[in-house]
Write a protein that binds this ligand. Structure first.
Ligand code: URA
Length: 214
């Protein structure tokens, strides 16, 4: 799936940890730790294009011409519930970022699973001044991701990236059909969706595995 807006993080540490995440015998504690570690490593990639400016810093020896991030502010917006598991990892790298939350479920009482139902949304008031990274562990149909990105755009954000650990081609296509400019970062691109709209081979239900609710 050649696509310049799709970044598959091929770092060996990410690939190794994704494999551990897939294992059905990985318990909730280890699953949570792996999600956090993978998210931190992927955040490193997703922030690679942050602009720098030169500053002078007095070291104990001399004045150094050194780089600092130049004024861009970030916000992360996890999609509840599973996206929450990625927050600790990304905040370890960018502690000054603000966090929005968006709660979406798909399909209620057997209703259409391809319809996004939003039940919660709280975004930073200055989101229009921030680069936004939306997080969710799984990008399956893309229904929730598209809804979240639309909502964040409507709130005024200009720069939005989407970061997930496992992506299905269907989800990538859904995001890029509506938002061709959104860069997607993932740890693995899987085969597709099964009849229950789970990613295959995937990791199963990421929210249940993260919170031990299976
Ligand atoms: N959400 C999950 O938790 N797992 C999938 O495979 C798809 C969506």
């Amino acid at each position: 799936m050649a696509n310049e807006k799709l970044h598959i993080c091929d770092h060996p540490l990410v690939q190794h940890k994704v494999s551990l995440l897939r294992d059905k015998n990985t318990g909730a504690k280890e699953f949570r730790e792996l999600v956090s570690e993978i998210s931190m490593l992927m955040c490193y990639e997703a922030t690679r294009d942050l602009p720098l400016k030169k500053v002078q810093i007095q070291t104990p020896i001399a004045i150094a011409e050194s780089n600092v991030i130049s004024g861009r502010k970030l916000a992360f917006v996890p999609i509840l519930r599973a996206g929450l598991g990625m927050t600790e990892g990304v905040m370890a790298l960018v502690p000054a970022a603000k966090i929005g939350h968006i709660g979406i479920f798909r399909g209620k009482g057997g209703s259409d699973k391809t319809v996004a139902n939003e039940y919660y949304c709280k975004l930073p008031f200055d989101i229009n001044e921030r680069d936004v990274i939306v997080t969710d562990i799984m990008l399956a149909t893309g229904t929730s991701a598209v809804h979240a990105i639309r909502k964040i755009k409507e709130a005024g954000a200009h720069s939005i990236k989407f970061m997930c650990i496992i992506a299905a081609p269907e989800g990538i296509a859904a995001i890029h059909k509506e938002f061709p400019d959104v860069e997607i970062y993932c740890g693995a691109l899987d085969d597709g969706l099964n009849e229950d709209l789970y990613i295959t081979p995937g990791v199963g239900d990421a929210g249940d595995r993260l919170f031990g609710t299976k």
